[in-house]
Design a protein around this ligand. Structure first.
Ligand code: PMP
Length: 400
């Protein structure tokens, strides 16, 4: 079963510095299965056309394929309507879209506040600052668990939105989104969820979570780079102004006045990355062929195994030990700089990420410059974890 999955990922056969690649940088981007690679190839060989309004055959086929993926995404995350799914370039653009448009509609300019978790990626911090909000961060424990009681105290008459990650890219913590939504809605405040690190690891149901916006990237879920999703509840989206102006998002344009297209096209200005959207559809089919439960179980096994094996090494310090975690291990080796560890692992063909992982407030929280992060996907194996542990044993004497 696992070998069948691995066989679908040609890149896993690549050698790096004369060694078989061990790819543990999946939180940054996952590798792509053949079905995705071949769909992109097929689209540009025999299906390329601009979508919507085309009178010709290829345009009709491309439009149907593109809109079909919208329905696939709707089903994947349990959205009520397909027109609540907006295609973007990725999580970053999705959050910038909401921040810009939501702020224009709902900010009052009297000291608007956005409650965020203390473990947000910079892409769920900076767009709110650009929109003029003051951020009110929710603290988290040493283990990486959010303090919901502290969160409760942050609500006041200036709170316009809560913006939290479903899963932290640095700590792995899976936040209790449904509880956070219940708390926020009790204060009449909508919730945006950054799902970049969740959709490829667990079943997501936006209606069960109750959230108002849910954002994610195709490239972190076995799909192509350059495509992502912004889900928003119809009630809010229909109230919000367009983010960008241009083709496709309009109904009628004159030099005096422009009226806007209906949802979701109001938020999809210009030519989208049609081939990448089609590739995203294949990535969803890949995840569904494995099954989200099987996928989560495989990753949970790997995480437990890797945590146990690493913990047995001298001087390993973990960051992020929440009971609910995705398959992310952030650690430091003694007092060594994470970059040195990452570079030495790379020499042995092992790809991990080092640094602040675009979560500088998390690093400040622990008073460290960065971590080494190994993040797993469904195609990773215990044998690969063994390879990393052996490599760490070899490099430890060089580091001290
Ligand atoms: N949020 C989280 C939690 C992430 O891990 C990332 C990617 N590292 C992003 C947002 C941004 O995603 P993208 O670069 O695909 O826009």
């Amino acid at each position: 079963m696992l070998q069948d999955i691995r066989n679908q990922f040609p890149i896993l056969g690549v050698e790096v510095h004369g060694r078989q690649l061990v790819y543990f940088d999946n939180a940054a981007t996952t590798q792509k299965p053949l079905a995705v690679i071949e769909a992109l190839d097929a689209y540009y060989r025999s299906g390329n056309a601009n979508i919507h309004r085309g009178a010709h055959h290829l345009a009709a086929v491309a439009t149907e394929a593109y809109e079909g993926v919208r329905r696939q995404v709707q089903a994947l995350i349990g959205a009520r309507h397909a027109h609540e799914i907006v295609f973007t370039r990725g999580t970053t653009e999705s959050i910038n879209l909401v921040a810009s448009s939501f702020a224009r509609r709902y900010f009052k300019g009297d000291g608007d506040e956005v409650i965020v978790s203390g473990m947000e990626h910079h892409s769920n911090i900076v767009p709110w600052q650009l929109a003029g909000a003051t951020l009110r961060p929710v603290p988290f424990s040493d283990d990486g668990v959010l303090d919901l009681e502290a969160m409760e105290r942050l609500f006041n008459g200036h709170t316009r939105l809560v913006a939290v990650c479903h899963a932290s890219n640095t700590l792995g913590t899976v936040n209790p989104v449904a509880d956070i939504v219940a708390l926020a809605h009790a204060h009449g405040v909508p919730v945006l969820v950054d799902g970049a690190q969740a959709v490829s690891h667990m079943k997501v149901d936006v209606q069960a979570l109750g959230c108002d916006f849910y954002c994610f990237s195709g490239h972190k879920m076995y799909g192509p780079m350059g495509v992502g999703v912004m889900y928003g509840r119809e009630e809010l989206l229909s109230e919000m102004p367009p983010y960008q102006g241009g083709g496709e998002m309009i109904s009628e344009v004159s030099f005096e006045r422009t009226t806007y297209n209906e949802l979701p096209f109001k938020f999809e200005a210009g030519t989208p990355s049609v081939g990448d959207v089609i590739g995203l559809g294949k990535a969803i089919e890949f995840m569904q062929s494995v099954g989200m439960d099987a996928l989560a179980a495989q990753e949970a096994d790997l995480l437990a195994y890797a945590a146990e094996r690493l913990a047995a090494l001298p001087g390993i310090r973990f960051f992020g030990r929440a009971p609910q975690k995705t398959a992310v291990l952030s650690f430091l080796v003694g007092d060594s700089h994470p970059y040195d560890v990452g570079t030495l692992l790379d020499q042995m063909g092992i790809a991990v990420r080092t640094g602040h992982h675009c979560t500088q407030p998390v690093m400040d929280r622990y008073g460290i410059p960065g971590t080494v992060r190994a993040s797993f996907a469904v195609y990773n194996t215990r044998a690969e974890v063994d390879t990393m542990v052996s490599a760490l044993e070899r490099i430890m004497p060089m580091l001290q």
